[in-house]
Design a protein around this ligand. Structure first.
Ligand code: ARG
Length: 457
């Protein structure tokens, strides 16, 4: 059944119907569609536009449809144009004439705007909760690894020693910001478009404040054209999702490197790895690679919707139906990526020995050797040059700064004394760095305590 057959004298061409229909994907929000309709008719009855018994009949009918779809006795029939048509047709089939009053004072334009907003709002909360679980597992690793030394990198070259707790802390900050972004989006999007009609409101005395409150919105939207034309909240959400994926992807890239035969900083659990069909020795980081790979797909959704929206005149245009598949795909992709990533991270083993050995072998303490000289009165630029000579000497002999004898040190600069070894030990290099946000134990303890507080909410 069509919602708009009256004006037409011919049947729709089948290909046109197929091209135009959205039911194959907008059935995803049948629950939101029904909840929105119930709020709408509740408001209509309060305003005296429907009688209480009509409202009750509609409400019971709609709840029955919802239940039957959920328990599988009502199959969503692909011959309808969209989920809105399907629900309305089914309602009228079930309860007769009152069903035909459901759409009073409403258009599919404000209806679909409402449904998509309700669906998205829920997804924002779900993804926010999944990020919190991820943060909990990052915090656990942080707490256990304030003494786990590893090299910190710039340009993927060993730079200065840090701890695993510190490295994990960087990702804690990223995912915390992602959650803040989601909170912001939720606040900005939480206004109800229903009651805006097709574009110009309606002549019925609707109480839009009431419907908005019934559905948990902070209020109604304030321009009926914008209400049906706005997809900003989706663009913001897709942008936030893209940034989440970018963070996950960088993390995955590091895990792939750390898991490689050359690094062996981590071992991904068997349950989160896959093998090769030909090479029996292989254990591959497929999950990390897939999350990294799926990032492009989420960026694609954002670019696609931005492009769809950029030339649309006010108010509703059918182009906007294209918002759904790509948004659903992005939301589903991000949810499964966070879940899988969290599982992989929390079961991953960290090879403390390999990390510390790597931190020792890459001259990550060279800055501290220079600082030692500065503390003994050598100007920093000269100290930098002297340590450069030490490094060259070590590279030539295939040793590290810690392996040089005091005589060898003194041959390059007489300023060095026996306490140089203590000054450039990994422990000292890290423990001396206690500026806010640095890897030193005290600085890390402060951050870990702040994280703990943050995770309580
Ligand atoms: N399936 C449509 C969509 O997703 C519903 C709104 C239809 N409105 C219209 N004027 N044709 O956008």
């Amino acid at each position: 059944m069509k919602l708009w057959g009256g004006r037409f004298t011919k049947e729709t061409n089948q290909l046109v119907h197929n091209f135009n229909a959205s039911i194959s994907f907008d059935q995803k929000f049948f629950e939101q569609d029904i909840d929105g309709s119930i709020a709408h008719v509740t408001m209509l009855a309060k305003q005296g536009i429907l009688t209480d018994s009509e409202k009750e009949a509609i409400k019971l009918g709609l709840l029955g449809i919802k239940e039957d779809i959920i328990n599988g006795t009502l199959i969503i029939d692909g011959t309808h144009e969209d989920i809105h048509s399907f629900v309305e047709a089914n309602l009228t089939y079930r309860i007769g004439d009152p069903g035909k009053k459901l759409h009073t004072g409403r258009s599919r334009n404000d209806q679909v705007a409402l449904d998509m907003k309700l669906y998205t709002r829920d997804e924002v909360l779900q993804i926010n909760a999944l990020l919190k679980e991820l943060l909990v597992s990052i915090q656990k690793i942080m707490k256990e690894n304030t003494d786990t030394y590893m090299p910190g990198f710039t340009h993927l070259q060993k730079a200065q020693p840090i701890t695993l707790a510190h490295h994990m802390g960087a990702y804690f900050e990223m995912f915390k910001r992602d959650r803040l972004r989601l909170d912001d989006i939720y606040k900005r999007m939480n206004y109800s478009p229903i009651g805006s009609g097709a574009l110009a409101g309606t002549t019925y005395p609707l109480d839009r404040n009431y419907t908005a409150a019934l559905l948990g919105f902070d209020g109604p939207t304030l321009n009926s054209m914008d209400s049906v034309a706005d997809r900003d909240y989706l663009l913001e959400f897709l942008s936030a999702l893209s940034i989440i994926m970018m963070h996950l992807s960088r993390f995955c890239e590091e895990i792939i490197i750390w898991n490689s035969n050359e690094y062996r900083f981590v071992e991904i659990d068997d349950a989160y790895s896959t093998g090769s069909s030909i090479m029996p020795q292989k254990k591959n980081p497929d999950i990390a690679e897939l999350v990294r790979g799926k990032t492009g797909r989420v960026y694609g959704s954002l670019m696609s919707l931005l492009t769809t929206m950029k030339g649309l005149p006010l108010a509703y245009n059918k182009d906007m139906q294209e918002d759904k598949e790509l948004s659903f795909d992005a939301m589903d992709t991000v949810k499964s990526s966070i879940v899988l990533f969290t599982g992989m991270l929390s079961t991953m083993k960290f090879n403390h020995k390999a990390m510390a050995a790597s931190a020792k072998n890459g001259f990550t303490n060279a800055t501290d050797a220079a600082d030692y000289l500065v503390n003994h009165g050598v100007p920093f630029r000269d100290a930098h040059g002297i340590v450069g000579q030490l490094v060259l000497y070590c590279i030539d002999k295939g040793i590290s700064l810690d392996d040089m004898t005091l005589d060898e040190y003194k041959a390059i600069s007489p300023v060095f004394e026996a306490d140089i070894y203590e000054a450039i030990s990994l422990e000292t290099c890290v423990s001396k760095r206690n500026t806010i946000g640095a890897p030193g134990k005290e600085a890390m303890a402060q951050v870990i305590a702040l994280n703990e507080e943050y995770l309580k909410n």
